[in-house]
Design a binder for this molecule. Structure first.
Ligand code: SF4
Length: 512
């Protein structure tokens, strides 16, 4: 797939008398129209509402499924968000096309300003914009999709008929699932295939949906969205980083600054900095073994178990687990005691002080730039790429399906539930898998889906003992299934987004 540089092209949005042909935009050109302050605020709030809907529905339904699409439409109707539609079919929208597209365009750029400030905000914004983009794409007709690609200079050429005939057996076998209704060979003959370097279609390679030969992946036309979404992600990601350069100007503006601040805060809900979840407000190192069995999500159980077994965790594991412990209420002094006790079962105390103490004090904002670091969210953990010997990451994202099944079977969970979890995991829905797992180990069906490991922990404490979390509704006390610890390392990892960027203070530290 090739894209023109497009330097000489002005976005069609600014052309006189232009009629939009597609609801999709790549948001390459910033808006230059006048926007009143009240419009600015209204646009920002509506787009946040829309992105929150996309996020929340994505946590409850399989993305791309019919239920997912229906649920988003329903939520949008409830939230009166017709001003930011998913498609342009509706006549009432066509009548207000210019207005609707302006709102979509401007609101995207407003949120770019609000969400470019930190890595977490950028990650959240990019993930929701990508899901919205995919959803809108899926609702377009094949002709509209082709027109969009042409308009946006996405030039590609299907492989020739002779090349297709030559590779027909391989293309058929690797691309289509066996079907009793249609001949797969006929399907392959009627499908266009595009040849691109396999690195541009890692998602499809990972899920074994394409044929690869000599480093080239053969993408069927119905999967071409993967290439377009990669392009969209790359563009928005780079634009967000560039936008940070304008931040100082925005912060000086006392009309826009507060609106942008409020936008950024609005998406997060609870920020898990340091919370008191346990009676009397204290989590101590002595409580962690029991808590890990009862209430830790599998990503943290895995780290706790590996730390206890090997008396060591590599840097990324320490960051993931250390900030989670901070989030559940382990104080800095207790964290130092906990980590030192474990590590010093195989090294001397002086060496530990030199190599690891700074890292813990840094996480609690007592060293370096003294920032108050927050625990990692599910989306951040899922986007990590655990290397050999590392146990960070999400087991529902980074563990091979057969290994995951084996571990779940070891916990005596029922077969139907295990099948559901493994299926969610295989299809790339780790949080849905985790939610199902939560319901099963807590012996109830509350339809919970975590968006953060500390969210999982809080919900678990609330289910197990409703009185321990302040301000939450009481529920009957339930007895959890105690979870056996796991010892295997994550397998089959893949990089989805760029790696986390670390504070420069940490770059000089031990990365062992
Ligand atoms: S979905 Fe989130 S909470 Fe659950 S195991 Fe994965 S990272 Fe942890």
């Amino acid at each position: 797939m090739q894209f023109d540089s497009g330097k000489s092209r002005r976005s069609k949005i600014f052309r006189k008398n232009f009629r939009y042909s597609s609801i999709l935009q790549l948001y390459e050109e910033p808006p230059t129209e006048k926007v009143s302050l009240s419009e600015f605020e209204e646009y920002a709030i509506d787009r946040i509402k829309l992105l929150k809907i996309v996020e929340n529905v994505g946590l409850k339904h399989v993305k791309g499924s019919e239920e997912y699409c229906m649920a988003i439409k329903k939520e949008m109707a409830n939230g009166k968000l017709e001003g930011l539609p998913l498609r342009l079919k509706d006549h009432s929208i066509e009548a207000n096309l210019e207005k609707v597209m302006k709102k979509d365009h401007v609101s995207h750029f407003i949120l770019r300003l609000a969400f470019c400030r930190t890595e977490d905000l950028r990650r959240w914004f990019l993930a929701q914009e990508l899901d919205l983009f995919k959803l809108r794409w899926s609702l377009m007709t094949a002709d509209a999709q082709k027109a969009f690609m042409l308009e946006n200079r996405m030039h590609y050429n299907p492989i020739s008929d002779s090349e297709k005939s030559e590779k027909l057996t391989e293309l058929t076998a690797s691309t289509f699932r066996p079907s009793i209704h249609k001949s797969n060979t006929t399907l392959a003959l009627n499908t266009d295939f595009y040849k691109v370097p396999f690195t541009e279609a890692i998602e499809l390679v990972r899920t074994r949906k394409v044929y690869i030969e000599k480093g080239q992946a053969y993408i069927p036309s119905n999967e071409v969205i993967v290439l377009i979404q990669n392009y969209f992600r790359m563009k928005i990601s780079a634009a967000l980083v560039l936008t940070t350069k304008t931040l100082s100007l925005m912060e000086e503006d006392d009309r826009l600054g507060p609106i942008l601040d409020a936008c950024a805060k609005r998406h997060i809900g609870i920020e898990y900095v340091t919370r008191k979840n346990i009676k009397d407000g204290e989590v101590t190192p002595e409580m962690l073994d029991q808590l890990s069995k009862e209430s830790f999500p599998p990503c943290m159980q895995q780290l706790h178990h590996n730390l206890k077994t090997n008396h060591h965790l590599k840097h990324n594991g320490r960051m993931q687990y250390g900030l989670f412990l901070k989030g559940i209420g382990l104080s800095m002094n207790d964290a130092i005691r906990f980590w030192k006790t474990e590590f010093c079962k195989q090294m001397d105390g002086d060496k530990w002080d030199k190599q690891y103490l700074y890292n813990i004090r840094h996480n609690y904002g007592h060293e370096g730039k003294r920032a108050n670091y927050t625990p990692y969210s599910c989306s951040k953990i899922c986007s990590m790429t655990p290397g050999p010997g590392e146990s960070n990451g999400c087991p529902f994202r980074h563990t091979d399906a057969s290994v995951l099944r084996q571990r779940l079977q070891g916990m005596s969970l029922n077969r139907e539930g295990i099948d559901t979890i493994v299926e969610f995991s295989k299809k790339g829905h780790p949080q849905l898998a985790c939610g199902k797992y939560f319901d099963m180990v807590h012996n109830q069906d509350i339809g919970f889906t975590p968006n953060h490991p500390n969210h999982y922990f809080d919900e678990s404490r609330n289910v197990l003992n409703p009185k321990v979390v302040e301000g939450q509704k009481e529920r009957p006390v339930v007895k959890p299934k105690l979870v056996p610890t796991t010892s295997k390392q994550p397998l089959n990892v893949k990089k989805e987004l760029e790696n986390s960027s670390f504070d420069e203070d940490l770059m000089t530290m031990d990365m062992e």
